[in-house]
Design a protein around this ligand. Structure first.
Ligand code: NAD
Ligand code: DAU
Length: 337
């Protein structure tokens, strides 16, 4: 058995990771430590909750006593750190919690992993640590870090701290930097689910700036397959970029969603830009492809339709979310735009 601590496993990528991995691997024992912030939802884990090789612990990665207890009790040998405050707009509204969770929380996990001599520590980072690109070029693993938002600067700090633990203490750390994910269970504050849900409800679709900012999209299962591979075969001390080569201006995705749902483009509403809005992200993932033989399996054309269909079929899931605390955030985020 591989005893793995997955943090943030009740969020979008973490819950997809657990459900997908436990479907295929009964040699993994997964302990999911999640604080259940607004973004954490145990409903996401229904397919895994009764599995004998799965445990859930509600708690904070900043709580060193709890983290120590989990490592000891479950004899943790592998860590995958998904737990984070993950939304750029929220980091602009208030940055403190981003530093607390993303930086201090990662430090607690690294110190504990060092004490318990884990076999691998995988830090889930993001392409946003590289900053913003002009109209050409790609982020490679050697692109200098130049994060622009409170969110991405906290992720860059965590990612560099993780690498420093490898350099200084020989902790077996690997870092992955992935591009924008989409898929089921993504919290509706993020572009794709927000635009799907607003289209379904006939509400305006708030497009920041000119709508021509470019993101590089990857289906969440492709990201998670890459994470499993890096956990098994990634070389310690190395960084692996993950991306599926799907660059697209925001407005193109928004129109695709409207068109599939058969709603009018009149719903598009250009609003005030995000402060410090990164213009373009594009990932060069040739390292993980050539060294670990990873390939994305899903085409954007198919997986975006699968995703829109999932939101159409799982109205109950998102209706519960948008009628709660989230409604207050939505009203304040978009009121003066
Ligand atoms: P998410 O916001 O959907 O989920 C985050 C999860 O972490 C939630 O379940 C939340 O309850 C939990 N959490 C937050 N603070 C915690 C704390 N202090 N202790 C324990 N749990 C805590 O995020 P996501 O989109 O699933 O992203 C997961 C990870 O992947 C993050 O580290 C993010 O930076 C990274 N990432 C995301 C993307 C993307 O496109 N979403 C791309 C690249 C990297
Ligand atoms: O690149 C990886 C990153 O992708 C992850 O590290 C982050 O956790 C994840 O949130 C995501 O960050 P982005 O800022 O790129 O994602 P978001 O969905 O917030 O925005 C995508 C694009 O859409 C961006 O250019 C801003 C724009 N946008 C977003 C929202 C929420 C709009 O035009 N309108 C909106 O209402």
């Amino acid at each position: 058995m591989k005893n793995i601590l997955v943090t943030g496993g009740a969020g979008f990528i973490g819950s997809n990771f657990i459900n997908h991995t436990l479907k295929e691997r009964d040699d993994y024992f997964i302990v999911n430590l999640d604080k259940l912030t607004y973004a954490g939802n145990l409903e996401n884990l229904k397919p895994s909750q009764d599995k004998r090789n799965y445990r859930f612990v509600k708690g904070d990665i900043v709580n060193s006593e709890l983290v120590n207890f989990i490592f000891e009790k479950y004899r943790i040998k592998y860590v995958i750190n998904f737990a984070a405050e993950s939304h750029v707009d929220r980091s602009i509204l208030g940055s403190e919690i981003f530093y607390r969770t993303n930086v201090i929380g990662t430090n607690v996990l690294l110190e504990t992993a060092r004490k318990f001599e884990v076999e691998k520590f995988l830090q889930v980072s993001t392409d946003e640590v590289y900053g913003s690109l002009g109209s050409s070029g790609f982020f490679t693993e050697s692109t200098p870090l130049s994060p622009n938002s409170p969110y991405s600067s906290s992720k860059a700090a965590a990612d560099m701290m993780a690498l420093s633990f490898h350099h200084t203490f020989g902790l077996p750390v690997v870092v992955t930097r992935c591009s924008n994910n989409y898929g089921s269970y993504q919290f509706p504050e993020k572009l794709i689910p927000l635009m799907i849900i607003n289209s379904l409800k006939g509400k305006p679709l708030p497009v920041y700036g000119d709508g021509l900012n470019v993101r590089d999209w990857i289906y969440v299962i492709d990201h998670n397959n890459a994470i499993n591979l890096v956990l098994e075969k990634g070389v310690c001390g190395e960084v692996y970029n993950i991306g599926a080569g799907n660059e697209m201006p925001n407005i193109q995705i928004i129109k695709l969603i409207l068109n599939y749902i058969k709603k009018s483009e009149d719903l598009i509403q250009y609003v005030k830009d995000r402060p410090g809005h990164d213009r373009r992200y594009a990932i060069d993932s040739s390292k993980i492809q050539s060294q670990l033989n990873w390939r994305p399996e899903f085409s954007f054309e198919d997986a975006i339709i699968k995703t829109i269909d999932w939101y159409i079929e799982n109205k109950n899931w998102w209706e519960r979310i948008i009628s709660g605390e989230y409604e207050k955030y939505y009203n304040s985020q978009y009121k003066n735009r």
